[in-house]
Design a protein around this ligand. Sequence first.
Ligand SMILES: Nc1nc2c(ncn2[C@@H]2O[C@H](COP(=O)(O)OP(=O)(O)O)[C@@H](O)[C@H]2O)c(=O)[nH]1
Ligand SMILES: [Mg+2]
Length: 444
Amino acid sequence: MAADKLKDGLRNAVKRIVNANHIDKTLVDEVVKDLQRTMIEADMNVLLAKKLTEKLRERALTEKPPAGMTSREHVIRIIHEEFVGILGDGAEIELKPQTIMMVGLYGNGKTTTCGKLAAYFQKRGLRTALIAGDTHRPAAYEQLEQVAEEAGVPVYGSPDAKKAPQVVRKGMERFKDYDIIIIDTSGRHSLEKELIKEIKYIKRVANPDEIILTIDATVGQQAGPQAKAFHDAVGVTKTIITKLDGSAKGGGALSAVAATDAPVIFVGTGERIRDMESFEPTRFISRLLGMGDLKGLLEKAEEVVDEEKAEKTAKKMLAGEFDLKDMYEQMEMLAGVGPLQKIMDMLPLGGGRISEEEMLDTQHKLKAFRVIMDSMTEWEMENPDSIKRERVSRIARGSGKSPKDIKDLLSHYKKAKKAIKGFSGNRKMRKQIMKQLEEGKLNF
Ligand SMILES: Nc1nc2c(ncn2[C@@H]2O[C@H](COP(=O)(O)OP(=O)(O)O)[C@@H](O)[C@H]2O)c(=O)[nH]1
Ligand SMILES: [Mg+2]
């Protein structure tokens, strides 16, 4: 199967690098050639495979490993980064009123994912409803009804309905006051003409904002062509990879993403309604590369990354850039001794020793903030200043908190940001901290 091939090929490349006496041009060339063959055999787009491996080769031959990392670890890290690059930075579905149509072959997880998505939106304060557009399988309606109940949203349809487009038309009418409408469709075992005709018809009736392709991670070779066929028929805008919890590590999904260019927004990691995760290209590629098995080897590499991350956060803070994610991270670190405490320690007397009591209070707040932040999008976390009235009430609805709680969080954030700006505005101190950071004296 393609997924296994890709996985094996990647792992062999990694193994070769690990076992090499030293990294030289011959080895890099061989590994790159192997990788290219593996990718093409695994049904990946040839141009994509070429582009990726060329970049890999160039980086492996020219870049120097950062301090504390061997050249072996460095090359593996480059492979990892370049594969992550194909998948982009991870995309999100917008939290705005919209109609979503699900497509995918039979058994790929459309109905299950309808429920997961409905729960996702509902939790974030958007009124959500489902339409049963699969009129082919007798049990399809009941299955959707069941996931709708779990998500706490209404469903339109009937077990006896025969014409899917008609059901969809009526459902759209029924739910016209809802924020989010998600349409389940039927799948069949293959892409028959009838199926294509039907989903095109449903698309015309519903005029969806997003058409989400669910693709089963265990589908190997056919993933690319399947995705392309759906894309050609209706234009896929987003992808959800399902069953990533299974044994196959989803190599075929890479081809699917390459075939449609529709970014992956979530992955399904189980049958239950809560088994859906935001898609993180980094984690996905780590699984594919078998990073788990390589843990020992890469531990050092990861430490370097962690240090870099801590350093980046500190620098960002000093530059006065600071978002909700940073704030949360910092609050988490307050339990131990994190960069904030270290920097605080360098401040003149009274600069900010954090008392036991404050720490407990912080932990308490953290819990409440976590719940609220779960109802926010990534974008909102990164742009907290843009969270105004409507967003405040939506987040309050989704998290089951009061608008005042949301405002408290935002005001806490503003205070933290101001404090940081305050001392980063002190040029002398800032220079001193920066210098220490650069000289590596300030270790986190
Ligand atoms: N392990 C696992 N099973 C899943 C996942 N998503 C769906 N399934 C299962 O796959 C089967 C088919 O799913 P279904 O939603 O009916 O697919 P549909 O035919 O496309 O609507 C069901 O048994 C689901 O429970 C997932 O992410 N992980
Ligand atoms: Mg279904």
